[in-house]
Design a binder for this molecule. Structure first.
Ligand code: URA
Length: 240
């Protein structure tokens, strides 16, 4: 059993907007209580799982890690902060921690599955090019795919700038004279990859949605902009 205690200043800086200096000041001014007693100093040790910490009368609960599944809507950036657009992290109204980030990026106009967490190890494992985690996208496009598009993708196509892609899988859902819908499975995440792959095949993506990432599947009951915590099972599968 490891030591579960932590310093009060660390607890406050992790779980509130306060910096370490501000946390110290707040404690000095009597704004912080631990188990009902005013904590004048922040260099004391607390047990984040047992001790009850209040700042300005509001209880601060501790969470070491958080995991949320978001159905990203179009018009929101995959970032923690942005001067122009709302961010995916900003959509997580229930978040406790301030160090959450999206695991990978979806373009501004792309919708679908995005994992939001502060678990850097998991993010690394899911994003590492060496791990080849499958990502499935629903793609609607304009244009006509070549007859051998599936084979070309399986062989690893070249993007227009000469970059070679890893093998990808194409499953046609509908196909018309000037457009269609397909499911595309990739094992890497280059910048604008789906759009550039489709361009290399002579088509233009008009709608893009991520359906899954490894074992994690988008919960279709989430409308764009909605999110929920991962279930225990989802998390176990993802980390196993
Ligand atoms: N490929 C793209 O082109 N855009 C995304 O958002 C994700 C994959």
């Amino acid at each position: 059993m490891g030591d579960k205690t932590m310093r009060l200043d660390r607890f406050l800086t992790e779980m509130t907007a306060l910096t370490r200096t501000q946390a110290k000041e707040a404690a000095k001014k009597g704004r912080v209580t631990v188990n009902g007693e005013t904590a004048g100093k922040t260099d004391i040790k607390i047990d984040p799982e047992k001790d009850r910490v209040f700042l300005d009368g509001k209880e601060i609960s501790y969470r070491a890690v958080e995991y949320y599944m978001l159905n990203k809507p179009a018009g929101v950036v995959s970032a923690t902060e942005d001067g122009r657009y709302p961010t995916v992290v900003g959509l997580i109204g229930d978040r406790k921690r301030k160090d959450l980030f999206p695991v990978g990026r979806l373009d501004l106009d792309t919708e679908g599955l995005l994992l939001i967490t502060n678990d850097g190890d998991l993010a690394h494992r899911l994003l590492s090019p060496k791990k080849h985690v499958d990502k499935v996208y629903e793609v609607r496009y304009e244009g006509k795919l070549p007859e051998k598009a599936g084979e070309e993708l399986e062989g690893g196509i070249f993007l227009e700038d000469g970059t070679k892609c890893l093998p990808a899988k194409l499953r046609t859902v509908t196909e018309g004279e000037n457009g269609g819908e397909a499911l595309l499975t990739l094992r890497e995440g280059k910048f604008h990859q789906v759009k550039r792959m489709m361009e290399a095949l002579g088509c233009r993506v008009v709608y893009l949605k991520r359906l899954s990432m490894g074992s994690l599947k988008l919960d279709e009951s989430l409308s764009p902009g909605e999110y929920r915590p991962l279930t225990k099972e989802e998390l176990e599968e993802l980390t196993s």
